[in-house]
Design a protein around this ligand. Structure first.
Ligand SMILES: Nc1ncnc2c1ncn2[C@@H]1O[C@H](COP(=O)(O)OP(=O)(O)OP(=O)(O)O)[C@@H](O)[C@H]1O
Length: 323
């Protein structure tokens, strides 16, 4: 290929939309007679935070290891930042916090980061490496040896390792398992700042509240298969509003029913709002009810939580299972 043709090809490639952070299709893995992962496919787009949920043994860590080229799939394909998962050029752009983390106890925190920057083949200035330790709350422990770190401090260091080489895609396998509540809140802020910087994230966590707060989309694995996947509105469905009311006339009840499917329990009326409801649906409903002479004591927005939805999906998957 001539230099000119190569340049033209590079220009063409540069004009293409960026490839997904990760794409996988039909992933399968067996360990002996046990099937750990059975036909898993999904995509994490650039700048997207994807939650990977599922009970113990569902296959989450095995999927993550296959995405990273650390475990060889029996079947299926992976593209990591548009390249094969085993391609060092792709891996150098990915930050990874493993579920089980251990760092060289004889090195200081700063030395661990320096080592990982070198492994990624990058040049990250000392100031930026220090900033990274600051980001995970270890600024004042940079010169201390990892051997003397608590488990939570080692997990914080693992987060810094995952972030220090300016990754385009970050995979965090249970990043808050050893962290205190402040540490968990720090990780939440960190995830939001990655999202702002268009860094894609795959987050495996049993802390469903955290996943619900930060993730754009969720994949739920159960027994090695995808049991459900989608954005939070898709998975959680329509929202509802609960109103505690008095002096409800027939006309007011009609108005409530016109807003969505209506159920009543004493003086509490619950309206399931259709998916296309706008932000003014509830204020307009309340104004109309007041206009119809209703006394409004309470208005509470509500939506099924991700935890309720997850339990529903997993229980449905076990119906008919031998106990
Ligand atoms: N190296 C291995 N050798 C044998 N079996 C394995 C191996 N790794 C995973 N498995 C099996 O594969 C299945 C999925 O395990 P995996 O660790 O992927 O689950 P997980 O969803 O990450 O679970 P957890 O939430 O408990 O971390 C389990 O039945 C596990 O015993």
């Amino acid at each position: 290929m001539t230099g000119q043709t190569l340049e033209a090809a590079e220009r063409l490639l540069a004009d293409l939309p960026p490839t997904a952070a990760v794409w996988c299709s039909g992933l399968r893995k067996r360990y002996g007679r046990r099937t750990a992962v059975d036909g898993v496919s999904f995509t994490v787009d650039r700048g997207e935070v994807m939650g990977l949920l599922g009970p113990n043994g569902a296959g989450k860590t095995t999927v993550i290891k296959m995405l990273l080229g650390l475990v060889r799939p029996d079947a299926g394909d992976v593209l990591l930042l548009g390249r094969p998962a085993t391609d060092p050029r792709a891996r150098a752009r990915v930050g990874y916090l493993p579920e089980l983390f251990r760092y060289q106890p004889w090195l200081t925190a700063a030395e661990v980061l320096t080592l990982h920057v070198r492994l990624a083949g990058l040049d990250v200035a000392a100031g930026e490496r220090r900033e990274c330790l600051g980001l995970v709350g270890l600024a004042d422990r940079a010169g201390d040896r990892v051997g003397g770190f608590s488990k939570g401090m080692q997990q914080r260091l693992g987060l810094a390792v995952a972030l220090v080489a300016r990754p385009e895609f970050v995979i965090l396998d249970e990043p808050t398992s050893a962290l205190d509540p402040i540490g968990r809140a720090d990780v939440r802020d960190l995830l939001l700042s990655l999202k702002e910087r268009q860094v894609a994230v795959l987050l495996n966590s049993h802390l469903i509240g955290e996943v619900e707060r930060v993730c754009d989309r969720v994949v739920i694995l159960d027994k090695g298969r995808v049991a459900a996947a989608g954005s939070l509105p898709e998975l959680l469905g329509q929202s509802e509003v609960r109103l505690r009311l008095a002096d409800v006339s027939a006309a007011a009840e009609q108005r409530l029913a016109a807003a969505g499917e209506l159920t009543r329990d004493g003086d509490t009326f619950t309206v399931a709002l259709p998916a296309d409801s706008g932000s003014d649906t509830v204020p307009t409903l309340v104004a109309d009810l007041v206009g119809l002479g209703v006394r409004v004591h309470a208005v509470e927005p509500g939506r099924i939580s991700l935890e309720e939805r997850l339990l529903g999906i997993l229980r449905a998957g076990r119906e008919g299972d031998p106990t």
